[in-house]
Ligand binder design. Structure first.
Ligand code: CP
Length: 345
C-alpha cells in the first residue's frame, strides 16, 4: 500500500470509519463555500472529502440510511443537461442526509421561455435554498452562478470544463481497491478533448501523486495536453502496459464540431477496450467508466461486466461522496455565517 506521510496521518485519524471523522491534521479547515472544480481545492481538501465519503459508504450500506446532518435544509438540483447518475445520486445523497430535495426540471421551466441562467438562479435563490447543484452545457456557468447566489453551489458538470464530484468518486473507488493513489498508474482513454471528467481526474490524480497517462487519437486530445502533467499515447498497445487503472471515456459526439474519428467501428478496432487489450494492463487492473457507456464503441460488454470492472461500484461511491461534499460545504457555510454573519468565497 502507498503511504505518504499525510496519508498515514489521515488513515490513523479515520480508521474507525466514524460518520464525522476528526479533522485530518491540526489546524485544518475546509475553506470553501462551493465545490466548483478540483482546480480550486487542495490535496488535503481532497483527502478530507474522501475520508468523509468512506464513512458515508458505511451509512449507505446500513438498512437504516438516514442521517440528520441536513435536516430542515433545502437542496435544489438544477440540471440544464441530461443526467442519470449525477442527478439521481445527488438526490439520494441529499435525502440520506435528511434534506428536502427538489429536482428542477429545466425542460418544463421558464428557461424554455427565454429566461437567462442568472435570472433562473436568482429566482431559485429567493426561495432560500442551502445547496444548489448545477449542471450546465457551458464551461464556467456554475462559477458565474455561485457569484450570484447566497448558498453553497456544487458543480455537477459544466461543459467540457470540470466534473469535480465524478473525479472524487473515481478516486474513492481507486483508493478503496488499491489502498492509495500515489504512484499508481492510471490510463484515461478516449475522448479527452471534450471530457470534463478527464480534466477533473487529471488534476485530482496528479494532486494525489498518481502517474497519469492519456491514450487517444490525436484528434481527441487537447492541444498542449502534456502540460497537464500526463504521458501521452496514441496507441492502446503502448499506453496500457503497467497500468493499475484503465478509465474509459465515451465519445462525446454532442460536443464534436466535425468528424474526429473515421467511424465507430474503426474507433473500437483501435481504441476500444476488449479482453485482449485489457490483458496488456496489470493483471489486477481496475476497469472504470464514468458512464453513460456506449458498449461496442469504447468498451466491450464482457469487459464492462467482467471481474475487473468497478463501474457499478463507482455509482455506489457517487452517493457517499456527494453526501460527504454536501455535509462539508453546509458545515463550512454555517461556520462562516455564525462567525461573520456573512458569506465566504
Ligand atoms: N458520469 C456522469 O456524469 O453521468 P450522468 O451524465 O448520467 O450524470
Amino acid at each position: 500500500m502507498d503511504i505518504t506521510p499525510i496519508a498515514l496521518v489521515l488513515m490513523t485519524a479515520t480508521s474507525d470509519h466514524s460518520p464525522n471523522p476528526p479533522l485530518p491534521y491540526e489546524g485544518y479547515v475546509f475553506a470553501h463555500q462551493h465545490l466548483l472544480g478540483i482546480a480550486d481545492i487542495s490535496e488535503h481538501d481532497i483527502t478530507y472529502l474522501l475520508d468523509r465519503a468512506d464513512a458515508a459508504v458505511e451509512i449507505s450500506r446500513q438498512v437504516e440510511k438516514k442521517k440528520v446532518a441536513l435536516r430542515g435544509r433545502t437542496q435544489i438540483n438544477l440540471f440544464f443537461e441530461a443526467s442519470t447518475r449525477t442527478q439521481s445520486s445527488f438526490e439520494l445523497a441529499g435525502k440520506r442526509l435528511g434534506a428536502d430535495v427538489m429536482n428542477m426540471s429545466v425542460g418544463s421551466s421558464s428557461v424554455k421561455k427565454g429566461e437567462t441562467l442568472i435570472d433562473t438562479a436568482m429566482t431559485l435563490n429567493a426561495m432560500r435554498p442551502d445547496i444548489l447543484v448545477v449542471r450546465h452545457q457551458s464551461a464556467g456557468a456554475t462559477e458565474l452562478l455561485a457569484q450570484k447566489v447566497g448558498c453553497c453551489v456544487v458543480n455537477g458538470g459544466d461543459g467540457a470544463h470540470e466534473h469535480p464530484t465524478q473525479a472524487l468518486l473515481d478516486a474513492l473507488t481507486i483508493r478503496r481497491h488499491k489502498g492509495g493513489i500515489a504512484r499508481k498508474t492510471v490510463a484515461i482513454c478516449g475522448d479527452i478533448l471534450h471530457s470534463r471528467v478527464a480534466r477533473s481526474n487529471i488534476m485530482l490524480l496528479n494532486a494525489l501523486g498518481a502517474r497519469v497517462r492519456v491514450i487517444a487519437p490525436s484528434t481527441l486530445l487537447p492541444a498542449g495536453v502534456e502540460q497537464l502533467g500526463v504521458e501521452v499515447f496514441n496507441r492502446m498497445e503502448e499506453g496500457l502496459p503497467g497500468c493499475d487503472v484503465v478509465m474509459m471515456l465515451r465519445l462525446q459526439r454532442e460536443r464534436m464540431a466535425g468528424a474526429l474519428i473515421p467511424s465507430v467501428r474503426e474507433y473500437f478496432q483501435f481504441f476500444g477496450l476488449d479482453r485482449k487489450r485489457l490483458a496488456m494492463a496489470e493483471p489486477d487492473a481496475l476497469v472504470m467508466h464514468p458512464g453513460p457507456m456506449n458498449r461496442g464503441v469504447e468498451i466491450s460488454s464482457d469487459v464492462a461486466d467482467g471481474a475487473q470492472s468497478v463501474i457499478q461500484e463507482q455509482v455506489e461511491m457517487g452517493v457517499a461522496l456527494r453526501m460527504a461534499v454536501m455535509e462539508t460545504l453546509v458545515e463550512r457555510f454555517d461556520q462562516i455565517n455564525s462567525t461573520t454573519g456573512g458569506q465566504d468565497d
